[in-house]
Design a protein around this ligand. Sequence first.
Ligand SMILES: Nc1ncnc2c1ncn2[C@@H]1O[C@H](COP(=O)(O)OP(=O)(O)OP(=O)(O)O)[C@@H](O)[C@H]1O
Length: 684
Amino acid sequence: MLPAQMVQMMEPTYDNDPLTQIRQSTYGNPAYTETAYTETAYTETVYSDSVRTSYRSDLRYTPDIKLQMEEYKDEFPNGISLAWKSVGYTIVNSKTKKKQHIVSGCSGVVQPGEVMAIMGPSGAGKSTLLDLLAGRKDSKMVSGQILLNGVPGEVKYVSQYVMQDDALMGVLTVRENIQFAADLCFPPYVDQAEKSYRVQQIIEEFGLDRVADNKIGTVFVRGVSGGEKRRASIASQVITLPKIIFLDEPTTGLDSAAAYNVMKSIVEMARKHKLTVIASIHQPSTETYALFDKLCLIARGNTLYFGDREKATSYFEGLGHVCPPYSNPADHFLRLVNSDFMLDKSQAERHIDTFIKSYDQSKAKSSTLSEIRGITKASMMNRFSSRQTGTYARGFIDQTYYLTVRSFKNSMRNVLMFWVRVAMYVCLAILMGTTWWQVGYNQENINDRFSAHFFSVAFLAFMSVAGIPGFLEERLVFTRERGNNFYSVGPYVLANTIISIPFVMIIAASFSVVAYPMIGLHNDFSNALLFCFYLFLALIVAESMVVFISAVIPIFVAALTLVAFANGFFMVVEGYFVHREKIPKAWKWAHYIDYQKWAFEGIIQNDFIGLTFNCKQISDNPVKYFCLYGDKSGNSSTFTGKDVLDDYGYTEINLQKWALALFGLMIAFRIGFYLVLRLKRNTQ
Ligand SMILES: Nc1ncnc2c1ncn2[C@@H]1O[C@H](COP(=O)(O)OP(=O)(O)OP(=O)(O)O)[C@@H](O)[C@H]1O
């Protein structure tokens, strides 16, 4: 039974609906307390003062219902502390085969509501430490212990890793991007109104109210500022208020004011919702640095200082490194521990060793260790238990639905991706129509007809390369969202396939409507429809090949070259330039996997069969004709389209089977696309 139904069964006797409270608690509302289900009356504040809800809990419910509801409430209303003891990460150097300590012996603790900065010079090990704490490293190479509320546990069930890039859909608004994340991250029993409420709340918390309905921005559309984009990206990734948040350099690429605003939003959110936040950061400004509660300063993978941010200055003063007046402490520390530019290598090593040793013997370290001991529960044999939700909040169908809706909006609004292509195809159709204008039914027009069909298929398919930039942009968003477990590969590939159908249909139809009558092809509506259908099939295979190749090599120039090469190659082995029988044995296989061949042959069959062509009259008395095809005795004035196809050896074409071959190729490329994306995740 869903919680919503359970709650409705309770028939509350108060004015305000407790449903909201109970549902909110399911995704971590800190205002919710453990007492929510005790059988005494109580009042509590939910979300904001403006939404003050009071209710009595003398409700009619059975013990069973109570149990189920307990399962859905916020498991950790007071947040989760994160502690790490002697954490290390060691790799084996592939060249020297020697062990290399990337991070070693790091300890620390961050309490709920606190925000910690990991700082250090470039290559110090910040990202590695962040990944270690987030449980993103291969456990075989990891040493030490990660403790959640004092006991070992799986960080991934209670945390979110916010990646550095702002991969958002540029043509969608800030609200739409965050709403998409909400749709996929909240479980199905959280209804639309509640999700929208939560979206509005996080928009306000991140100071995005003013630009909520502005587009993120693309190369064509001026969107929100860099700082707003970063905040929108972070907001969309923490919409469910995970208890622990890891941020990989959240301020990189921003000016100091934008960086400050980003960090301020994060800090306020952490305080308000008792979230534990850890961020790696490069050179924060004085104001941004002052927002942090704790500092973990590392170099060469070792801790040089861990503790309260406020105490760091006096700690280094104690070591004789006074922070000059009016200077930024963060800059001061980073300069102090940066040995990259020391010419003497051993001197540089000694310089860092001094800091490592000083910290090992410091009060700062011993008080950190005693704080960890303090929160360590009596028995370390216990494991941190949290509700281990499935990997995804929504099922396959929901994921596919939300992805399809978003892709549809994206394509409709993305001028570059779609409408420019449609315009280009229509222009090409006009160009072809005027060039092949009313191609006619004389025998000298046969070649023109073939070339019109060849060019229609080949050029339309070739121009599917125009989809590469749009796909690569979307792929970045996919990579981030998949990393955040918004959805799996299957729904993404399915949505991508579904959404390509209407758009490819529009392209095929807009081309056919213009080109077909202008060229003067087989004058029958059903033939025109079949022409359009075959172009549609060819294009959908071409699109599938584009996404497959772009998934294999997600680099624009490389993908473009490879797709162009494949299409060029398919043109060569199609059987148009070189007679099918003359294609060398070595390339025969390519002829059969060539989608252009199946489309071209289907289209010529559709056009030629049923048509009659005129031979050339060569004498008046007696009347004699010269026929290139069919009856060449000179007595016949016409020949059929079938005669032409027979002459070229196209005797076995079956329209249904040829369409099936195209469909099969589309499925094959889509399966390849799916496998590549799956495989890439596993190897990342
Ligand atoms: N898997 C690995 N194999 C080899 N070297 C590694 C590996 N992981 C990390 N390193 C090395 O360990 C060091 C620390 O890397 P890390 O990316 O954590 O540093 P960082 O402090 O985040 O650097 P930056 O600020 O420049 O991003 C670097 O010298 C890096 O090359």
